[in-house]
Design a protein. Sequence first.
Length: 552
Amino acid sequence: MEAKHVIVFSALIFSLFIGGETVTTGNWELLKESIGISAMHTQLLPNDRVIMFDRVDFGQSNISLPEERCRKLADGRIDCSAHSVELNLLNQDVRPLTVLTDTWCSSGSLASDGMLIQSGGSNDGEHAVRTFRPCADCDWVEDQKGLVVPRWYASNQILPNGKVIVVGGRGQFNYEFIPKSSLQSDFKVFELPFLKETSDAVENNLYPFTHLTPDGNLFIFANTKSILFDYISNRVVRDDYPVMPGGVSRNYPSTGSSVLLPLKLGLINSIIGTPDAEVFICGGAPPNSYITAIKGTFLSAAKSCGRLVITAAQPRWQMEEMPIERVMGDMLLLPTGDVLIINGAKKGSAGWYLGKEPVLNPVLYQPESSKYEIMEASKTPRMYHSTAILITDGRVLVGGSNPNKNYNFTEQFPTELSVEVFSPPYLSSGPRPQIGWVKTGTELSYKQPISIGFTSEKNGDASLFGKLFKNKNGELENVSVTLVAPSFNTHSFSMNQRMMVLEVNQVRELSSKSYVIDCFAPATPNIAPPGYYLLFVIHNGIPSKGTWIHIS
Ligand SMILES: *[C@@H]1O[C@H](CO)[C@@H](O)[C@H](O)[C@H]1NC(C)=O
Ligand SMILES: *[C@@H]1O[C@H](CO)[C@@H](O)[C@H](O)[C@H]1NC(C)=O
Ligand SMILES: CC(=O)N[C@H]1CO[C@H](CO)[C@@H](O)[C@@H]1O
């Protein structure tokens, strides 16, 4: 394994410098010079609007609140600027939104009905639960007592029953559920000693990585350790996962990132619903990186990544290396099942002024072959408080970066108000498949058979996953259908991010360039919690644009 890896990697280095020229793929485009705020928290909504917000307590942003709406700050100052915006991806319009209380380092989830539900923060916002309904002129609605305890740097996960679990936060070794209903248990705070056990001198376990597993339990990773947790009966189901090797801390402030690799739903799974689940964690920093950075020494970030099959009888970390070290990197699942590692720095840690040497090149990871490929560089450092999300058309939206205590446009790493889009190489490999229709409509139920009509040129290489079929000329082609949940991204972690590779029954070529694919919706809400997903058809490695579907 090791040896093969070295060969792949040196071949990569070699190919990058042919004729003295650097050849990289993927490309960047500036979408908007300024959205008026710094995109510290980002969520895509099913109406193709993106909600972004920073924090309300660090001065005037560059966009005003409408109707001369102003907020009085705790110290008596008046702020008439917005700290949240809606970016319309269809026309790039920016609409200022009103958050009243401090959203700094908070968390969120897209609820089953498409409403953004967001929790916690700092100062006057630490108990708040805020909701945003997607509509043309909707704004935030705040419940300033929506949480039982204050939560700052917590993680959220949408659950099979449609509720959201909010895990941890600074000094909070517990969890609770939102939104509150009349249920008694909604107002209970449940202890989670694991969060205390994994905390160290600088709390390298904030924003714990939480992933809903196909058996309905919650996998929680914090710092170097992990558990499988039954949040209903408040019971640790598995504590036999090995410590992640490498002496690296992976959560805030030694911020790395984590994804649940695509869940492959096979024939049996459409009936009983338990595919294997594998977690992939990359980057981070030595445990003392934060402390040493405060004292002026910026330690190298981690190069290592680890994969753990969390459903295995005897799970073991499979350790790998990225071509570039990275702290505060984001990991995003792309429609093809590849993972994009983007944003962040080579040295230091999360926190104000504590990152150095931005990593401008994203890295594309292919889980099937463990291959890492360096992508074209951005011109904009995206340091602490930067974000990245997959958007409907298959590109990646990148924004934010503000490692400063306030808005500062003259610092070495200034407050970034711009948003860019990164196009992975699959967008320059020829014409894309186009989804024509989804026979069942876009409202799906579990296990439901789905037929999708699409047109496509035969191009690209057959990808490593997907259904192989023979076209009319007898040639083999590969088609797959993936569902991607729109995630809430902040502090290098995409909460609720997950992808399902649907079980394909058959692919038919109707006429030249016209196909029908028959597949099945995920079997259970444990595999795919109810809600909105982007559906992509991938033909020979090239994804279509996403089509919104809703499962309930
Ligand atoms: C934001 O506003 C400040 C103050 O008006 C200005 O100096 C700065 O150039 C603006 N930044 C951007 C990116 O628009
Ligand atoms: C911005 O940063 C520079 C450099 O550190 C500093 O001199 C300046 O006072 C800061 N401006 C504000 C408004 O904080
Ligand atoms: C050529 C190729 O990539 N084929 C793949 C198509 O998808 C199947 C899975 O359904 C893989 O096993 C093949 O390797």
